[in-house]
Every structure is written in structure tokens, then in C-alpha cells.
Design a protein around this ligand. Sequence first.
Ligand code: PLP
Length: 404
Amino acid sequence: MKYSFILKSQLTKKMCYLKSKGLYPFFKEVSSAQTDIAFFGGKKVLMFGSNNYLGLNNHPKIKKAAQDAISKYGTSCTGSRFMNGTLDLHKELEDELKDFLNQEAVIVFPTGFQVNSGVIPAIASKGDRIFIDELNHASIFDGCKMSYAKRIKYKHSDMKDLAKKLELSPDDDTKNLIVTDGVFSMDGDIAKLDEIIKIGKTKNAITMVDCAHAIGVIGKHGSGTASHFGVSKEVDLIGGTFSKSLASLGGFVAGDADMIDYLSHASRSFMFSASLPPASTASALAALKIIRNDSSYTERLWENTHYAIEQMRIHGLDIGNTETPIIPIYIRSSLKTFEVAKQLFESGIYVNPVVAPAVNDSDSLLRFSLTSSHTKEQILFAVVEIARIIEQVTKQVNGSTYTY
Ligand SMILES: *Cc1c(COP(=O)(O)O)cnc(C)c1O
């Protein structure tokens, strides 16, 4: 390779090592729709590694809506929102979302990542401060970097730490912005949004919650973290994605009409990127209508979640403080986590290994996530297998000279 410094990097060395041991788990090729099951080539597995919380990914009505949108509008919008790329369908989706989230206005972005990388720098700039939970999503960190504001991390969901750090901000005309995930994507706990808003008020902070993993899961009809805490009218901005519960692609930000109007003229990732394609727009809209009218998806998801958490505790798995369908199973060593994920895949269960640098090595985990389409039998089978394989791998690793 021409760029030898890349070959020498730590990351490359780790990838080579994992590949040589047959442990490399990434970029596996899926060859089917993902529901409670999925196919990787000819191999069928139980799927406990998707963000398809409501199991809507293969829903006939949503697929039909996407097909109809392609028939009518074609496959692309061929332009950005503020030029030729705004469809009547985008406005319809924004109106539906506005009602759902109980906000004055909404704009739809091409992805959830672009919501954070566009909205945060449009609000905060040099001289301002952004307070972020240390476990926030990568797109929030990137949005902060792009803003040139000072980034101040507080300990995960530690409200005393947030209050202490916010307290130090000067009382001048610079801005304070607080941004948090609504449900944390790895640990599965819910942000203390009611407290964050209260603390924020002491220093006139703007508050933003990213409900990517909260939509479809918590709050009224699955409308997210602000609804869960009854603070929809107090939080300044609600961001989110269609790529998880809503079985599509794309993101949104919601808030008061003036703020959203401003963002639609100031958010660079909104203005300088082609708009959400017709099929994705129509499928997000169809999914939203389904969850607003039929709570059975969310109910089944929660039944499955309670059952899985109960069974995991009975089987002695270390699952931390999760409160949602995202269940971290802590293995606490990167290498062991890779080995367990590999053996689980071989025995027909897909879960995602989450290792350093995404988390500290001692916090390495399997990210087990549920959908409303799983059955209790599937869940119990997976829990028993996970417990068995963790025990087996622990014995293997303890008896060997594994390094990483
Ligand atoms: C997944 C996720 C995103 C990214 O959303 P995409 O629409 O897939 O780009 C942003 N923020 C959080 C908190 C997420 O979990």
C-alpha cells in the first residue's frame, strides 16, 4: 500500500489480527429483509442486532407506500430542499411529525447524522458553549466540532456534574446549548430530560434532545423522550431519525416555528445536500401513521423487553441499567466480546459486539436489541445460548494466552 503510515496504525493492526483469527465481525453481508430473523447468504440467524424496534422494516403497507412514491415521483428528488428538492410529500411528512411530536414546526433532513452536524453549528459558534453527555452519539460530537464552540462534556447522566459545569458559564451574551441523546444507544438508559431542562433554565441554555432510539419506543404513541417526561413544550429542539423504528432513512428536527424557519436557512447539511428521496419519505410517513393509530407494536416491544430483561437477570447476565429494548450485555474485554459474538453467530444468533474505541475496553459489550416481532421462545433460546457461550469462552480465554 502506498500510504504505509496507515498500515502501521493501531487500528489496522487490530483489524489484521482479528481477520487472522477469524474474529472480524464487521460488514457481514445481509441477503434478506431483517425482521426477527435475517439471512447472511445461506445462513439464517435470529436477529438481535437491528434498530428495527417495531418490526416495521418489512411491513406490506410501508413497502407499498414506497413503491407508489417511486411510481409517482421517480427515485430521486434531484436537488436540495431549498431549490427544486421540496416535494409535497415532504411537507405532508413534516405536518404529520409536527402533530406527533406536539411542536410548532419540523424540517426533514436526508439523515439523522446530518441533523446534528447541521443544527448544532447553526445555533452555537465561536465563543459559545455546548454541554454534552459523554455517551452522546458521534454525530453530536461532530456537530460540536463543526461549530467552533467550546465543547464541555459532563459525566453520563450526572446532573450534578452538568449543573456544576453550567454554573461556571459567564452571564454575558454568549450562548449555552445542552444536547443529549434521548435514549442512549449503547447502554439503553433514558436521559433525565426533565432535570436537564430545569438545570438549563438557570443559565438560559437552549436544550436539544436527539430521540433517535426513543421514537417508537417511549412517550405517547412512541413520540419520544420529551413526551415521556411531559416536557414537549419546554424542550427547545427535538431531533431524530427515520432509520430506526420508522423503517426508513432520514432525520428531522422539531421546535418553534421561528427556530425551524431559521434552521431551514442556516443548516448547511440541510441546504447543501439533496433532499430525502420519495421512497424514504413515503415509507417514513406510512410508518408514522401506523404507530400513531396502532399501539400494539409498542406494546409487544415492551412485553418482549420486560421478558428479556427478566430472563437475562435469571441467567446471570451482566446487563447494567438498561430501561429500554437496547440491552447491553457486558463482557468487559474486547477480545472476549469478539469471540462470543462469533460463536453466537455460528449458533444462529446475531448480536453486535461493541468494543474499544467505541467504549472503554473494560466496558466492552454485546448490544442486544429487541423488536416487537420476536417471540418469547426466540428470546429465551437466545438468552440461554448467550449465557452458555459466555461461560464457554470465559473458560477458553482464561486458559490461553490471548492478547489483542
Ligand atoms: C442512529 C443515530 C443517529 C444517526 O441517524 P441516521 O439517520 O441513521 O443518520 C443520530 N443520533 C443518534 C442518537 C443515533 O442513535
